[in-house]
Design a protein around this ligand. Sequence first.
Ligand code: ADP
Ligand code: MG
Length: 394
Amino acid sequence: MKHRRLMDIDVKEKKVLVRVDFNVPMDGGTVTDDTRIRVALPTIEYLLKEGAAVILLSHLGRPRGQVVEELRLDPVAQRLSDLLEMEIKKTDSVRGPEVQEAVDELVYGEVLLLENTRFEKGETENDSELAREWASLGDVFVNDAFGSAHRAHCSNVGLGEKLPAVAGFLLEEELSALGSLARGEVEHPYMAIMGGAKVSDKIGVIEALLEKVDTLLLAGGMANTFLKAKGWEMGDSLLEKDHVSSAQEIMKRAEEMGKEIILPSDLLIAREISEESEKEVIADELIPAGWRGVDIGPATIARFKEELDKAKTVFWNGPLGVFEVDAFARGTMEVAQHMAEIQAWTVIGGGDSVAAVEKAGVAAKIRHISTGGGAALEFLEKGTLPGLEILREE
Ligand code: ADP
Ligand code: MG
């Protein structure tokens, strides 16, 4: 799919509406991680350099159509101002006369941030009246919010349908990194490591990846359901009984296609989810009642590393164990560190997965870290997203 790009249009003396993803973690009015603001800077800086007036829209949290004081974007505006080393204008409303006035007064080379888009009910409902009002504020729309592109909301899809719409630089970077993975146009062997909590969240993406990859490594909570399907006794492990049959079907499909699904051969089990818990490694397919699988075991770690050594392309989503507890983080940490060392095109997507590679201290050595969790997975599954469809070249 080809998208209209920011580089291809003239933005000089235009009012440019930009959907960014400033949905940053906050703690009592302070931005605790400004990664999402930093990654939006190239697009904003380019627009300013080209002589545009920039109007930014973003959501923060889930205010559900109401004004929630703690979810105002003032701390975000402040951080953006620090990063750009310039004054940022901000409105306290999302629409209406205050916004209109601020836009009328906006000069080329200036930045205006509107208030949290989700303070308006019409945002998540993709209300056409709200889209018309926002569209009337500018000449062009740039979507640079990859993390929200799987939602058909007003500030991306609704607005994008009403103005000439192009992809910003961050969005383009995500599309080029993830697009080749989604199409399978990568160097082989191509491997995916999938972990995390639940299979049910990820069945679609596992099925889609299976078509493209040579080998699929499964671990984490989701692998429990596959192990159960193979006849393991899982004790008190996180398990989705309703999905044992889907797991069986996926394994059958892999066999038909001659592809390998590698499951854990041993597990670290614990009595409870805590640093002090009693723990043990088992490899006999039997987790006693009162115990649960919390990480992959040493033999599985070694096997995963061996497989990674053969790979030319790797996509990883989902921690391999309950990595938030240090005592159960070894599998995730060692595999992350190994992934950072291999000579392969490595990509990571998923909120907790990104946190895990950061905890492992190797984020800088991964070739591409996606800024979209749900968006990255849905894009790999479907090859497109609602927020990208509006940018499609006719
Ligand atoms: P991502 O956000 O990267 O897509 P998920 O949200 O699917 O990942 O999964 C992350 C969660 O999965 C983590 O909170 C982790 O503790 C949990 N998890 C991983 N392995 C297990 C396990 N064996 N049992 C229970 N939870 C697990
Ligand atoms: Mg998660």
